[in-house]
Design a protein around this ligand. Structure first.
Ligand code: ATP
Length: 253
């Protein structure tokens, strides 16, 4: 489990202290306008930047105390627009750095709808295909390196994983991530711009504004149409859902 103990940054990009945890089995969405600090927060959660205020602990140890190799077995970060590097095949890219069982790679290729592309060079993919390859690679990193004593499925951090996906791919990816969080007992954190995806699939939502997490909780509590219209400076129409979940949000013409 990852716990933020009033962790944050004072040097730019700044992040006001956050006290919260990310729990195995949950899908957590981070939302907020451009420049609100979502990627900055991911750099804190991943340990790529060290907290300058409180501390971040993973499985009870400060994140800096982990060696790179053991940390890589417990958390994976898929950044926005990761470089593809060399002329690897999709299958090799998914497995890169993880030494997985071949069956795991084939399973992930099937899960992310990449089977027909498995032997193609990653340099010859569309934007959405590339995005799914990098999500599969992040999952492979955690699932291949899982050791017997691991308390849970680890922490997967995804920065805008749906930004290049069509609506069908968005739906299938978000459903699969939610299912993997449950089945693998994995904590999955997604930065999302599409608020309806956060409202539909996330167990909890953190809302960022100007370097602060201003709300955190179940989607129906955090995704308040009036607050969102103000924060995003957008004119929104809120449509009630029959199941009583958070309202669907549409842009007014
Ligand atoms: N190295 C840096 N030095 C100073 N400020 C930075 C640096 N990197 C980012 N920033 C600023 O910090 C703020 C937060 O950036 P961040 O990338 O976390 O936002 P974001 O919420 O992920 O935005 P987006 O939705 O556009 O991806 C922005 O105002 C950005 O300009």
């Amino acid at each position: 489990m990852l716990i933020l103990h009033r962790a944050g940054f004072v040097d730019p990009p700044c992040l006001a202290p956050i006290q919260d945890k990310v729990v195995p089995g949950e899908l957590l969405a981070i939302v907020g306008p451009n420049g609100a600090g979502k990627s900055t927060l991911l750099s804190l959660l991943s340990g790529f930047r060290t907290s300058q205020l409180g501390v971040v602990t993973l499985d009870g140890r400060t994140i800096e105390a982990w060696t790179p190799a053991t940390l890589a077995s417990r958390r994976a970060l898929v950044a926005q627009q990761e470089p593809m590097g060399f002329d690897w095949s999709v299958r090799d890219m998914v497995a890169l750095g993880s030494d997985p069982e071949p069956a795991l790679v084939e399973q992930l290729l099937a899960d992310l709808e990449l089977v027909s592309l498995a032997d193609r060079s990653v340099l010859r993919l569309s934007g959405g295909e590339r995005q799914r390859v990098m999500v599969a690679r992040g999952l492979c990193q955690l699932m291949a390196r899982r050791h017997d004593g691991a308390p849970d499925g680890g922490l997967l951090l995804l920065d805008e994983p749906t930004s290049a996906l069509d609506i069908g791919q968005q739906q299938r990816l978000m459903r699969r991530l939610r299912q993997l969080a449950r089945q693998q007992h994995m904590a999955i954190v997604c930065v999302l711009h599409e608020l309806n995806l956060a409202g539909t699939y996330a167990d909890r939502v953190w809302l960022m504004e100007e370097g602060q997490r201003i709300a955190g909780g179940p989607p129906e509590e955090v995704l308040e149409p009036e607050d969102l219209a103000r924060i995003y400076r957008a004119e929104l129409q809120a449509l009630a859902r029959p199941d009583g979940g958070p309202a669907w949000l549409a842009l007014t013409p």
